[in-house]
Design a protein around this ligand. Structure first.
Ligand code: PMP
Length: 337
């Protein structure tokens, strides 16, 4: 019998799922870590724990302290739940474009949430900069009272993924893994898993699946920071190179359009019972592309980052999908149209 004694202990060691349709369509084994099964519902529970444990070790975080972070939502949820179990207050600064469901979840958790308009990173009103400035202001008034988690550039994010997520994937596949594919927001997942797998076998292919509009894929392909188009996915893609992304050993990259990724996540729900969010669709689309490139007989691992109900009003809303020119499956129209 395994008893997890607190919230942190229940993070990670997620099931590795075989995705049947993607595997049958490509002749490869396409496997995915069920990150939506973490206790806070996303892969970012891992990041939150990595960042908090590192700060505790360094003496930057003591009970009563205020944790402040700029986030698309999931890291905020992980930090808030860990904070509840360890005695920290949580303040989240978040772009106002993120899903209603994530915002409501944070409110229910008692998080002090500040919604800000989307502006370029160079603007002092960018959500991550607002979070950092808020921590500095609080610390100037009362030293040590606040801590800025800094998921985009803090190496503790990728280090946790290297020590845990990457090691889990190696162990669970008995080292029989030919490629790993995922999207990047901070880059913590792809950097940590990429480093862990390459250290064990350098030939393992690490590929980035990037949403339209992000500059990451163009950077990998040409070194230029160009993003074109837009995506309804949340938490992935970026307009700048983060320290965690720059540490990732990436071999290749694709820009994945929404009309490729969203139908995949609709099928995952209706044919295989996995209800996942937009970034998971991008990840599985990338895994299929890598499988087609490598040919049948290979094993490719990806990540199902969070649950689909966090985006019900977008991903499972026929009117919203039509507005974005994304195909609406007949079953969704019948259910909600
Ligand atoms: N998917 C979702 C739903 C996320 O919230 C995030 C984190 N922003 C990611 C993927 C990307 O993970 P990472 O930050 O490790 O690159």
């Amino acid at each position: 019998m395994t008893i997890h004694t607190d919230f942190a202990a229940a993070i990670g060691n997620t099931p590795l799922l075989r995705l049947r349709e993607a595997s049958e369509a490509t002749g490869c084994e396409i496997l995915a870590k069920a990150e939506f099964m973490n206790p806070g519902g996303s892969v970012k529970d891992r990041t939150a724990l990595g960042l908090i444990e590192d700060a505790e070790r360094r003496g930057l975080l003591r009970p009563g302290c205020t944790v402040i972070e700029g986030t698309a939502g999931n890291t905020g949820i992980g930090l808030a739940l860990l904070g509840a179990s360890r005695g920290y207050r949580t303040v989240v600064v978040m772009p106002d474009t993120q899903s209603r469901e994530k915002i409501d979840t944070l409110r229910v958790m008692g998080v002090d949430i500040r919604l800000v308009p989307v502006v370029p990173f160079t603007d002092p009103n960018h959500y991550a900069r607002v979070a950092k400035a808020m921590a500095e202001t609080l610390n100037a008034a009362a030293p040590g009272s606040a801590w800025f988690a800094d998921q985009f550039d803090n190496p503790a994010n990728r280090d946790w993924h290297e020590a845990h997520t990457g090691a889990e994937i190696w162990d669970e596949t008995d080292g029989k893994v030919d490629g790993f594919v995922c999207a990047a927001g901070t880059g913590g997942t792809i950097a940590g898993v990429g480093k862990a797998l390459k250290a064990r076998r350098a030939a393992i292919r690490i590929a980035l699946a990037d949403p339209a509009g992000s500059i990451f894929a163009s950077y990998v392909k040409t070194g230029e920071l160009v993003g074109s188009g837009t995506s309804i996915s949340e938490g992935i893609g970026n307009s700048r190179l983060t320290a965690n992304f720059l540490a990732a050993p990436i071999d290749q990259a694709w820009s994945i359009p929404d009309d490729e990724s969203v139908p995949i996540l609709h099928d995952l729900l209706h044919h295989e019972g996995y209800c996942v969010g937009g970034s998971s669709g991008v990840n599985v689309a990338g895994a299929i592309r890598l499988a087609r490139e490598l040919g049948p007989g290979h094993t490719i691992v990806t990540v199902l980052c969070d649950g689909g109900m966090r985006y019900q009003g977008k991903l499972f809303n026929p009117a919203f999908l039509r507005e974005k020119a994304i195909p609406v499956p007949a079953w969704l129209d019948r259910a909600l149209g």
